[in-house]
Design a protein around this ligand. Structure first.
Ligand code: NAD
Ligand code: MN
Length: 495
């Protein structure tokens, strides 16, 4: 099926924003450095972006500090902050075609998914958090200390917040952090991933247009080891909110200890997806395939370990393999593409290394198992069967379109196997048995459990990790705890 070509924008059109956004101004890097931005569907460089270094990070932190301490943002009424965030949601929606185009160029994902999926999801964060801006409340607390006291709490903004985001959902994950940070009255320095800097710059531009004052949202593209490190080490940053790999998460903790800034971390996963024999098997096959292959498997919550009951194992493995083999992998601007490339040649090498390790350790690729073509970074959706729990492809996060299938007999075995991982981000259960669903959900050591569905996200649903998948939660009202400090005020009454 060919969609009308009028839907597809021109990939060659110039990009509007490629410089740093600091204090409301578009500026070059202090040392004039720029870096290349690649289209992963072709491997071609399509623009250069200013590269923030430590000096630029310092400038951005000073702008955010000034905006926090002396700017209008914190003194603005909650209702005015709320309206500005809502306007930013509207502006994202109004610019969905252009943002989607840029996200596809930069990240590779299918254009229609970027335009109709990522952009509205990001907008929803601003709509949802807009509502919270007027509802960040303290409490009045009765105490038992002798005397007459009026005790209450205030929830105050933390201050200057660094948001460091990855390349798999560049705009969406930026919105997960920026929207609640701003709703709570903080000011932000957003550092997008070096692979995907562009949609963050557009977000910064639209924030100014929405009436969010200069310096409240600064956007500083640059590399992790340079810009990211400088932001995390900076003594005048009060908090860092990070999404990315567990290895980098540990580096963030080290860098944050100088001024003991607050840290929230949303890290990797190796999530288990369990299919019981009484499940709607067709739905389980479709949902589990989407749960791993969506975004070419570059999703932290991807259902990458499949546990299938022995009674339905062959049927499910064949079914998912058939879905995988039928997925159209291709250029994000081809309207028939269902998944795009991996984000970079480096990531292609990493995922290819895992495919090789699967073969070396004796796993059987029922489908896929190799790169597609030699232009762009495409990998065939892959299902490995006949795997064992100790293999590298079963234990480590691959972050590509690769799922491993394991067979189980007993429910109590399967939950132990599902939890036998250092990660704890998400999990899935497919069953028609309501009791088993809730009992298994309670036993999962993970921040999210999906029952008869997978990869359902909503601005109102908290998301985050147990164990080495992270600290804190994103979205829902839970995230506001991570972006506020609680102040207790204790007043002695009377003479
Ligand atoms: P990464 O964790 O290195 O990068 C994520 C972000 O952190 C980027 O913005 C990067 O510039 C920044 N960063 C890197 N080093 C930093 C440092 N020392 N200080 C501060 N910021 C730093 O991830 P990657 O190398 O691009 O990908 C590696 C693996 O990470 C992937 O294969 C995947 O397993 C995992 N990953 C997970 C997620 C997720 O959503 N949880 C997202 C992307 C990658
Ligand atoms: Mn790119």
């Amino acid at each position: 099926m060919t969609a009308p070509s009028i839907l597809i924008p021109d990939p060659a059109k110039a990009i509007s924003r490629t410089r740093l956004l600091i204090g409301g101004e578009w500026v070059d890097a202090a040392d004039g450095k720029e870096f290349d931005v690649y289209n992963p569907s072709t491997g071609d460089v399509f623009c250069q972006v200013s590269e923030a270094g430590p000096e630029d990070i310092d400038r951005a932190v000073r702008a955010a500090r000034e905006a926090f301490d002396n700017g209008p943002w914190r003194r603005m009424s909650p209702l005015d902050r709320s309206k500005a965030l809502w306007r930013l949601g509207d502006l994202l929606v109004a610019n969905a075609e252009e943002i989607g185009r840029v996200e596809t160029l930069d990240q590779g994902k299918p254009y229609l998914m970027a335009r109709d999926g990522d952009v509205p999801s990001a907008a929803n964060l601003f709509y949802y958090m807009s509502g919270w801006a007027t509802k960040i409340e303290g409490e009045v607390i009765p105490i038992s200390a002798p005397g007459d006291y009026h005790v209450y709490t205030r929830r105050e903004a933390v201050g200057v917040v660094g948001c460091i985001v990855p390349w798999n959902f560049p705009l969406v994950i930026a919105a997960w952090k920026v929207a609640p940070a701003l709703a709570a009255g903080n000011t932000v320095i957003l550092k997008p991933a070096e692979q995907t800097p562009l949609s963050a710059l557009m977000l910064g531009e639209l924030a100014l247009e929405a009436g969010i004052p200069p310096g409240v949202l600064n956007v500083v593209p640059g590399f992790g080891a340079r810009a990211g490190q400088a932001l995390t080490e900076h003594g005048d940053v009060d908090k860092v909110s990070f999404t990315g790999s567990t290895a980098t998460g540990r580096r963030i903790l080290d860098a944050a200890k100088g001024n003991l800034k607050k840290v929230s971390l949303e890290l990797g996963g190796k999530s288990a997806n369990i299919i019981l024999p009484d499940a709607d098997i067709d739905a389980a096959i479709q949902g589990s395939a989407a749960g791993i292959f969506f975004n070419a498997g570059q999703a932290c919550a991807a259902g990458s370990r499949l546990y299938v009951h022995e009674d339905v194992y062959d049927q499910v493995v064949e079914g998912i393999a058939a879905v995988a083999a039928g997925i159209k992998v291709g250029d994000g601007f081809d309207p028939t593409s269902e998944i795009g490339p991996l984000v970079s040649s480096q990531h292609l090498d990493r995922v290819s290394g895992y495919l090789q390790s699967g073969f070396d350790e004796g796993a059987r690729a029922v489908t896929g198992g190799a790169r597609i073509g030699d232009r762009g970074y495409f990998v065939a959706p892959t299902l490995f069967a006949d795997v064992t729990p100790t293999q590298k492809i079963v234990r480590e996060e691959i972050f590509g379109p690769v799922v491993v299938a394991l067979k189980f007999k007993e429910l109590d075995q399967v939950i132990a196997a599902a939890n036998d991982t250092r990660y704890g981000l998400a999990g899935g259960i497919w069953t028609r048995d309501v009791s088993k669903a809730h009992q298994l959900a309670a036993q999962f050591q993970s921040g999210t459990v999906w029952v008869n569905c997978y990869q359902v996200f909503d601005a109102a649903m908290p998301f985050g990790g147990y164990k080495e998948s992270g600290w804190g939660r994103e979205m829902g009202h839970e995230v506001l705890h991570d972006f506020t400090e609680v102040k207790t005020v204790c007043v002695k009454l009377g003479g």
